[in-house]
Design a protein around this ligand. Structure first.
Ligand code: 5AD
Ligand code: SF4
Length: 371
């Protein structure tokens, strides 16, 4: 396709917020360097227009690395016998949540492997105690659980739930997550929405066997299912997993997926993910410049942190809170106040088109498609 096809497809994405999987694939796979730059600038403009300059901080507590699943890509998989396992007590989780609030954050993310010790009842008690003590927004990221459990946690005070689709390819999903089906995952994402959670999905980029068509389907689903949050990051091969030695995801591809997701989903909360920062030192900065508006500082107690070994680098101390604040200000952005709910309740974008960054750079006249 000629260059103007790229610009016009991009323009259509920005104007309408909808593209077909084939059009997403085209943007994802064909951008040359100057077109890629334009893609990132467009994502940045859409970000400024719909969610403004705030970068929201979410304190993440990785409270258990025990998991009954056996995902091929993950260091916490149950067959990884080399990993020492830990489980924080409910009191430790509550104390850490209070520390998150003490540091000035208003959202806590409770993340773990799929650990059955945290029954519906135990987890509901933890959620309710945190809510009562702190009033913070509570996000759960604890895997595929039953409808009744998810309902009980919502009633106990959980506000948000992260459950990444991981890949929109049913075949790849089945291969990488033995015994699990993409359809079951997507059904749970629908339950969560029905239960009134703000719902987060996401994917990994560069999984062995994943194609650009698969990635385009990922982005298409993010838009179609209207998720409130989307976390996208590179696959990083874990040496103690069946995928040891596989190539890592490429950062350029991650940034493209992120940018197109921003352009289409408008006001979704998009984190500059830890994996993106680990694989490439400038990854987080580039993510914030290309559509992202959330950072999740790691608040897991130091003694446990090293064992939350999802992928190489993850178990090293993540971005600390002070560092995150300085980083946001160094990028001339502002630290979000409040809980940072998705703004879809606002009918108007934050800025009008004219107030947002000048969009005249989008389509050079020479590249306009003939009418
Ligand atoms: N590389 C990148 N991300 C990974 N995750 C798990 N293993 C890896 C890996 N090897 C991510 C998955 C999961 C989250 C908890 O961590 O997306 O949803
Ligand atoms: Fe468990 Fe999640 Fe890792 Fe799969 S990705 S093994 S469910 S922690």
């Amino acid at each position: 396709m000629a260059n103007w096809d790229f610009y016009n497809t991009l323009q259509k994405g920005e104007d309408k917020g909808v593209l077909s999987p084939a059009e997403i694939f085209f943007l994802l796979s064909s951008a040359k360097p100057e077109e890629e730059e334009l893609l990132f600038r467009t994502a940045d403009r859409v970000r400024a227009r719909y969610v403004g300059e705030d970068v929201h901080l979410r304190g993440i507590i990785e409270f258990s690395n025990i998991c009954i699943q056996n995902c091929l890509y993950c260091g916490l998989r149950r067959d990884n016998i080399h990993l020492p396992r830990y489980r924080m007590t409910p009191d430790e989780i509550l104390e850490t949540a209070e520390r998150v609030q003490g540091e000035g954050m208003q959202t806590v993310v409770l993340q773990s492997g799929e650990d059955p010790w945290f029954t519906g009842k135990r987890m509901a008690e933890i959620v309710s105690a945190i809510k009562q003590q702190t009033g913070m927004a509570i996000t759960l990221s604890i895997g595929e659980r039953s409808y009744d459990e998810m309902k009980a946690w919502r009633e106990a005070g959980a506000d948000r739930y992260l459950l990444k689709q991981e890949t929109a390819s049913p075949v790849l999903f089945r291969h990488l997550r033995p015994g699990r089906e993409l359809s079951q995952r997507l059904a749970r994402l629908r339950w969560l929405k029905d239960l009134g959670y703000e719902v987060g999905s996401g994917n990994m980029v560069g999984l062995p066997g994943q194609t650009d068509e698969d990635l385009a389907d990922d982005v298409f689903l993010f838009k179609e299912n209207d998720y409130d949050m989307v976390g996208t990051g590179p696959f990083i091969a874990h040496p103690q997993s069946p995928l040891a030695g596989a190539a890592n995801g490429r950062i350029e591809k991650v940034l493209r997926v992120l940018a197109i997701t921003r352009i289409l989903t408008r006001d979704t909360n998009l984190p500059a993910t830890t994996a993106t920062g680990i694989l490439f030192s400038e990854g987080r900065r580039k993510a914030l410049l290309g559509g992202a508006n959330v950072i999740m500082p790691d608040m897991t107690p130091e003694k446990y942190k090293q064992y939350y070994d999802l992928y190489p680098g993850r178990s090293q101390p993540g971005m600390k809170l002070k560092e995150a604040r300085g980083f946001i200000l160094s990028m001339e952005r502002t630290v979000g106040q409040g809980t940072g709910r998705r703004r879809s309740c606002f009918i108007q974008p934050v800025l009008s088109v004219d107030e947002a960054t000048d969009s005249s750079d989008l389509v050079p006249p020479d590249f306009r498609a003939p009418e």
